[in-house]
Design a protein. Structure first.
Length: 133
């Protein structure tokens, strides 16, 4: 039994490695990397935004004791500058395309598993999860 399990895991790992390599050869992945490199050309703005946002998040517990509106305005200004960059918009578009492709791959890989387990019909949630039952 153990030998069979080890063999199955090895085959799965090889299959996953092959899938990863195949994905890296797809245009959607290459385009994502190009857009990421372009966005990183604005590393100073990215770093300033990340630093200000982290500082803002760190101060959240103290909001009721002190006014941090200047810090909030700084984060919003940097965010605005960042989102207006064409390279940021291209990056976000390529990220969404890559995520969609990964969802397609995941759905295909687990299609049979979901159908066999009848996962689709095991839980029924209301349209608005916050509705009273």
């Amino acid at each position: 039994f153990v030998d069979q399990y080890v063999g199955d895991v090895k085959v799965m790992n090889e299959t996953i490695a092959a899938l990863i390599q195949a994905l890296k050869e797809e245009e959607v992945y290459r385009q994502y990397n190009v857009c990421l490199r372009e966005l990183n050309n604005h590393h100073e703005l990215l770093a300033a935004y990340q630093k200000a946002k982290q500082e803002y998040m760190d101060m959240r517990p103290y909001f009721k004791y002190q006014d941090f509106s200047d810090l909030k305005a700084r984060v919003q200004q940097l965010s605005s500058e960042l989102t207006q960059l064409e390279s940021y918009q291209d990056y976000m578009r390529s990220l969404h395309q890559l995520e969609a492709r990964l969802e397609e791959i995941t759905a295909q890989i687990f299609k049979d598993v979901f159908e066999q387990a009848e996962v689709k019909s095991c839980v029924s949630l209301p349209g608005n999860i916050n509705e009273e039952i």
